[in-house]
Design a protein around this ligand. Structure first.
Ligand code: GLV
Ligand code: MN
Ligand code: MN
Length: 419
C-alpha cells in the first residue's frame, strides 16, 4: 500500500537513448528493419539482455525465446510489463520497442530509488510479435498463453530458411520444452503494455496519452487464383482466364465490404502482399497469390465479412472460369481489456494531471494474446502524423516521458490493489 500515488523517478532521456541504441541493430539497406530471427535481431537481443542486467534485473530466456528480466522475490505473485523489439520490413523505431524500453526504465528507476513492490516484477521482450511466421505470430505471447503447440513450432520455417525450432534455440529458448513457457490463467496479477498509438487520434485531439479499452482482431487469409498464362496479343478478351484481373476484383471487394455499413466505421481491410506469375508485359497473368486481411473491434461483422469474401470469390471464380482457393489462416477475436486494468491506467492519468482519453486499439498487440489468460492493460502515446510500420514512425521525448510516467503509476496502482 505504501506506494500508492508515490511517483517513480522516470528518466525519459534513458528510454530515448535505449530506443536510439537498439535502432542501430538494423538491416543496413532498409532502416529500421529488425525482423525476428534475423542476424540483427539476435545481436540486439544480446545487447538488450545486457541492459536488463545493468538495470539490476535477473535475466532469463524462457523456452519460447521470450527475454525476461525479473526483480523482487520470485515467490510473490507477478506483475508484468513489456512488448516486442522485432519490427516489420522497413518498420520503425518505436512500435513495440517503446513498451520494452519504458518497462526497463520503470524497473531501473524502482531499483535506483529502492522502491519495493508487493509483487515480483517481470519485464518481457516477447519474441516475434510481427507476422513473421505465417499463422503463428505473435509467437512469444501466444506461446505464453498456451496457444501454440510444439508440433506447430516444429513444422514452421523462418523467412531466413531456418527451422523455427533452431531459431528459437539460437535465442536461448528450448522448443522441446515449450510447455514450460506457458503461464497458467491467474498466475499473473496484471500485464501492462505502453505503445505508440499508430494512428493520429491523440495527435488530432492534442493529447499525449490514451487509455486503451479494446483491441481489434486481425483475420488473415491466403488466396490462390489459378487462370491461364496465354499470349497477351493473340488471346481475345472473352477467351482469357486472367488471374490478376480476378485479384483486382477481390481487392476492390475487400475495400467495398470494409467500408460498407456491415463493417463501417470500425472495419479495415488490406491486400498487402501479392505475387503475380509470370509477371510479364505480354503474358496474361496465369497465377496470383495474395493475402487478405480484415480487422474490427467487433466479432460479428468480422465473421460476416469473412463469409461475404468467401462467397464473392466463388462467384468470381465461376464467372471467370478460374480455380480459386481461400484459407483463413489467422483468425483472432477482438478483445475488451478488463475494466480494472482500464481503471488502473485511468487513475494514473488523473493523478498525474492527464485527461482520461479512452480509445480502442486498431492495431494488434501482445496484450491481445495475453488478455484471455491474465488481466492486460494498455497505454497509448501520441504518434507523429499517425505514421507507423514505416521508417518515419516517431514519438517525442515529452510524450515518451508522459507515457512512461503513466505506465509507472499504473504499475503502482496495480501493486497496491492486485494480489
Ligand atoms: C501489429 O503490428 C499489427 O499488425 O497490428
Ligand atoms: Mn507492429
Ligand atoms: Mn507493436
Amino acid at each position: 500500500m505504501q506506494n500508492f500515488f508515490s511517483e517513480i523517478p522516470i528518466k525519459a532521456e534513458r528510454i530515448q537513448a535505449d530506443i536510439e541504441a537498439i535502432s542501430r541493430f538494423t538491416d543496413p539497406d532498409v532502416p529500421f528493419t529488425r525482423r525476428a530471427f534475423s542476424p540483427q535481431y539476435l545481436e540486439s537481443r544480446a545487447w538488450l539482455a545486457m541492459q536488463f542486467k545493468n538495470a539490476g534485473l535477473s535475466v532469463k530466456v524462457d523456452a519460447a525465446g521470450n527475454l525476461i528480466g525479473q526483480m523482487g522475490p520470485e515467490s510473490k505473485s507477478v506483475l508484468m510489463m513489456g512488448s516486442h523489439t522485432d519490427t516489420v520490413q522497413g518498420g520503425g523505431r518505436f512500435d513495440g520497442i517503446l513498451g520494452v524500453m519504458a518497462a526497463l526504465e520503470v524497473a531501473r528507476a524502482l531499483n535506483e530509488s529502492s522502491i519495493e513492490l508487493n509483487h515480483s516484477l517481470e519485464i518481457v521482450d516477447f519474441v516475434c510479435e510481427e507476422p513473421t511466421i505465417v499463422n503463428l505470430s505473435p509467437l512469444g505471447s501466444r506461446i505464453m498463453a498456451g496457444d501454440v503447440t510444439i508440433t506447430e513450432v516444429s513444422k514452421a520455417i523462418t523467412p531466413f530458411g531456418q527451422s523455427l525450432s533452431d531459431a528459437i534455440a539460437d535465442l536461448g529458448g528450448n522448443p522441446s520444452q515449450l510447455n514450460t513457457a506457458v503461464r497458467e490463467p491467474g498466475s499473473i496479477a496484471g500485464y501492462l503494455e505502453l505503445h505508440i498509438e499508430q494512428a493520429p487520434v491523440l495527435e488530432r485531439e492534442s493529447l499525449s496519452v490514451g487509455v486503451v479499452t479494446a483491441i481489434a482482431a486481425p483475420c488473415r487469409a491466403k488466396v490462390s487464383i489459378k487462370g491461364s498464362a496465354d499470349h497477351a496479343g493473340a488471346t481475345m478478351m472473352n477467351e482469357r482466364k486472367d488471374a490478376l484481373a480476378a485479384a483486382a476484383e477481390l481487392i476492390l471487394l475487400v475495400e467495398k465490404i470494409t467500408t460498407s455499413p456491415l463493417m463501417s466505421p470500425d472495419g479495415v481491410g488490406t491486400v498487402g502482399w501479392l505475387e503475380n506469375f509470370p509477371n510479364m508485359a505480354n503474358v496474361i497473368p496465369g497465377e496470383v497469390n495474395l493475402t487478405v486481411e480484415i480487422r474490427s473491434t467487433q466479432a460479428a461483422p468480422l465473421v460476416e465479412a469473412m463469409n461475404e469474401i468467401d462467397q464473392a470469390l466463388d462467384e468470381i471464380s465461376e464467372r471467370r472460369g478460374l480455380e480459386v482457393e481461400i484459407e483463413w489462416q489467422h483468425v483472432e477475436t477482438p478483445v475488451t481489456l478488463p475494466l480494472q486494468m482500464q481503471e488502473a491506467v485511468s487513475q494514473a492519468c488523473t493523478s498525474l494531471g492527464f485527461p482520461v482519453k479512452k480509445m480502442p486499439s486498431r492495431a494488434s498487440h501482445d496484450a491481445a494474446r495475453l488478455a484471455p489468460i491474465f488481466p492486460a492493460g494498455m497505454i497509448f502515446i501520441r504518434c507523429k502524423e499517425g505514421r507507423s510500420h514505416a521508417s518515419e514512425e516517431w514519438a517525442s521525448l515529452e510524450d515518451i516521458a508522459d507515457g512512461a510516467r503513466v505506465l509507472a503509476q499504473s504499475l503502482l496502482n496495480l501493486d497496491s490493489k492486485a494480489t
